[in-house]
Design a protein. Sequence first.
Length: 452
Amino acid sequence: MTKGRYSKYIRPISITIDCLLLIVLASFFLKDFAIKLPYFMVYQIISWYVLAYFTRFYEVYRFTKPVEIMALLFKQLFLFSLFVLAFFSFTREIILSFRLLLYFIIFSFIYITLFKALLFYYLKKYRIVLGGNYRNAIIIGYTESSKNLQKLFQTRPDYGYHFQGFFSDKVQNNEIKGTISGVQDFVLENKIDDIYCALEELSNDQLKDLVEFADYYKKTIKFIPEANEIYAKNLKIDYYEFFPILSLKRTPLNEPLLKFVKRLFDISFSLFVIIFLLSWLIPIIAILIKLESRGPVFFKQGRPGLDENEFYCYKFRSMRINDKTEESVTKNDPRITKIGAFLRKTSFDEMPQFFNVLLGEMSIVGPRPHLWAHNNEYSTKIRKYNFRLYVKPGITGLAQVKGYRGEIETDDEMINRIKYDLFYIENWSLLLDLKIIVLTVINILKGQEKAY
């Protein structure tokens, strides 16, 4: 099958269509304004392109997630709306109709969003159904991580990769095309586009040769980290004169504005739940808890929070009074009451934590607060464990909606939790929070294996 080579045209076409949409919509909605429309057209196109450059609006790739595309759309269109309003202030033109101006902004958002959605859908279908515009890829190294990457290429054709084989000096089987020394000839003979390298199988000299080869022949080279390592994603590069320095961007929530947005969302959401749900749910659950066993309605427990400062995490009591509160719950745990089993299965036992959110001790979404016993054990055992303490703990989190909740039976389960927590912290957005909340509700309705 002939391989498509049209990727380089997608971005110019996308920019052109976006600009044409803005021109058509401005001509329709703003034709009666007391402005010189051609000047406004030029202004809006320049503004759109300059904003797109700084927001990286058109830097969308085959592996970019839909939620990231939506975040780019909101950022670009929000800033563009401000620039449109600023035009009238700069030119001192009278706005004849705020309604028409609002229509222009709203329909610009709608049509550009629809176009992006159709383009994204078409490209995915094009790669899946027609097999077009794919990239030939090989993997150097036969490790767990490289095998997982191969499975991803095979199960996600929408990524647009055609896997051509493994190369390894340490393993020989039917999946291995050859040794690492034969990679360069194979790449040139088979028109390979992307070379993925498992770092643990390459020496420094081999790595240097491959990088020089990829640079010379304009091939893309990428690196697969070791399976058990947890890597930070948000690295940025700075230059001290001509000397490059890599530094870690901890989290978007370091920015005061984004921190304020998340806090505002937390307060609004928790107030809504407390007023419209907990106001009548607490008395009902309190009666059921009291009818079955003696003891308080609420259970509070010290947990490590932001910067490892202790706070009291509140829950509905789901166990009989016992002196083993620092021990994790296990399947068929005899400490759990009948009403407690229901509360834990539905996650209703966590509902009082909305008061923790209102007090500023927790967030709606974030890494779940662990027991102190787990915190003390794994902070020295797992690299980057303490990274999760850079943000407030959450009622729900990315690790939990991906199935990593409840009892911790192996170190690998905790490692996977930390990987998801790290991804969330480095890639936070309000859209990601909303997605996790929706997935949490879906999981509660479906039921989860470790919800006990």
